[in-house]
Design a protein around this ligand. Structure first.
Ligand code: GLN
Length: 489
């Protein structure tokens, strides 16, 4: 597949460059958008990154941005930058489906806070991207509207659940995209598609208007072709929102101004539990190469054990389904989307949920309901919460000695479509390295770091303590520079 043109993005202008050129009047937002739309025209048929392309709405926005510049106004930090939105983010009057039949046709009455902030910064929303139904999955094959294909190799998955957003950026359909990350859904598809993906500290980005999956785990975050673009997008969309009761009342860490600070003297811990069993040798080798490159740049790199992370998967697959079973109770055929008529209310609800939800969503609802049921609550849900506390404690201990931690993002490069759909457990194992940060509420990001034995992108994960976005981005910037240098030589 010819991916060299767009990913990692050596050729395309970055979001920062595009916005600067649009703001100064050197480039028109309409032209920028037409480049995106042409690419979508050419390749969307085979990739299927979008549930909905908003070509006309985007043209209208782009024209308004150009008019503002012509009139001497400043449209904002993302002026004219094409952005794709995961289809679990509410967009006023625009269908928002979560890639589920049950929400088909539903048009939210309001915009998510992040959508409002992007619009206020002059961004041009090009469409709503495909995902695993209600963000439950790691391959975007659980979409009710068909899977998304990896732009690097159409026979491979793009990862998930934000596979459409990752693919849209990798294919050059949009310069930036938004995803949501409950257990890795931004970082893992970013790794598999060769782009940057970042999950912020829990509470740093407002969840108002993000359709809830696991409310104590969900965070919205950026996809981009560069670390600097991810930093800009985080700064635009982050910050306190009184409309989200879990929103932190704090400033977004000033990541952009520290990107060039380097890692000299920084303490970096390579997580031992994420380098052995279950990790493909080529991915582990790239992660070691990343550690070496940080050491060469002056960081103090050591292996560190974070023992409780090995229980992350088990705890997550109780906590997340438990929260999901509660969050998804609202889709009852009365208030949102589809309804299957039946003689009584009870039968209507049952028929609607039977027809509206896919297999994985039903599996999670049943798992979660069971884990929360009276006789089993302490044994399952209660125990999982204790493990969650243990994981946070082990991370705290590690961060007593290290500024950031390092691991692979995903245990393997992009896998064959259909290869894991029959076995949910093998699919869940993809989240091994990403889940612990969600359970702890910590930030983490995936940076492309070369290729695996199959020639497909490998992502390396940088983890940091709560509100440790600055050291995390500094580390990511060093890795990105090294990976680009390596690709050139
Ligand atoms: N793959 C994980 C799951 O299926 C994570 C999903 C996510 O982060 N939204 O639950």
């Amino acid at each position: 597949m010819s991916d060299e043109q767009h990913s990692p993005n050596a050729v395309d202008p970055s979001a920062i460059e595009t916005a600067a050129a649009v703001r100064s009047g050197d480039l028109s937002a309409v032209e920028v958008l037409e480049t995106s739309l042409t690419r979508i025209e050419e390749r969307e048929g085979e990739i299927h990154a979008f549930n909905l392309v908003l070509a006309e709405e985007a043209r209208e926005t782009a024209r308004r941005v150009d008019d503002a510049v012509a009139g001497g106004a400043d449209p904002g930090a993302l002026a004219g930058v094409p952005v794709a939105l995961k289809d679990n983010l509410c967009t006023k009057g625009v269908e928002t489906t979560c890639s589920s039949r049950i929400l088909e046709g539903w048009k939210p009455p309001y915009d998510a806070t992040v959508v409002q902030r992007l619009a206020a910064a002059g961004a041009v929303m090009v469409g709503k991207t495909n995902l695993d139904e209600f963000a439950m999955g790691s391959s975007t094959e659980n979409s009710a509207f068909g899977p998304t294909h990896n732009p690097h190799d159409l026979s491979k998955v793009p990862g998930g659940s934000s596979g459409g957003s990752a693919a849209a950026v990798a294919a050059g359909f949009a310069t930036l995209a938004l995803g949501s990350d409950t257990g890795g859904s931004i970082r893992q598809p970013a790794a598999l598609c060769g782009v940057v993906g970042m999950k912020p500290t829990y509470g740093l980005v407002s969840r108002l208007g993000l359709i809830a999956f696991g409310s104590s785990l969900d965070q919205i975050g950026p996809f981009s072709n560069s670390v600097a673009d991810a930093a800009l997008l985080l700064e635009v969309m982050g910050g306190h929102d009184p409309g989200d009761s879990t929103s932190l009342d704090t400033e977004v860490p000033a990541v952009s101004t520290h990107l060039d600070d380097g890692v000299s003297g920084m303490r970096v811990g390579l997580i031992s539990e994420m380098m052995g069993e279950g990790i493909a040798p080529d991915v582990a080798a790239r992660t070691r190469a990343a550690a070496e490159c940080l050491a060469a740049a002056g960081a103090i790199v050591e292996e560190v054990s974070v023992p409780a992370v090995v229980y992350g998967l088990s705890a997550y697959y109780l906590v997340a389904p438990a929260e999901a079973s509660s969050n998804l109770a609202r889709y009852d055929g009365v208030r949102y989307g589809m309804r299957v008529e039946a003689p009584t209310v009870g039968e209507m609800i049952e028929a609607t949920r039977t027809a509206g939800f896919g297999d994985e969503v039903k599996r999670r609802i049943m798992l979660g309901t069971y884990a929360l049921s009276a006789g089993y609550y302490d044994a399952f849900y209660g125990k999982a919460l204790k493990v969650r506390t243990l994981i946070r404690g082990d991370f705290d201990a590690a961060y007593g000695n290290f500024d950031v931690l390092l691991s692979p993002t995903s245990p393997s490069t992009a896998f064959d479509m259909g290869s894991k759909t029959a076995d949910p457990l093998s699919m869940y194992l993809n989240d091994l390295c990403t889940i612990p940060s969600n359970l702890a509420g910590h930030p983490a990001m995936s940076v492309p770091f070369g290729r695996g034995g199959d020639g497909l992108p490998v992502g390396v994960q940088v983890l940091a303590p709560a509100l440790g976005e600055v050291p995390m981005f500094r580390t990511a910037a060093v890795l990105e520079a090294a990976a680009r240098e390596e690709a050139r030589s």
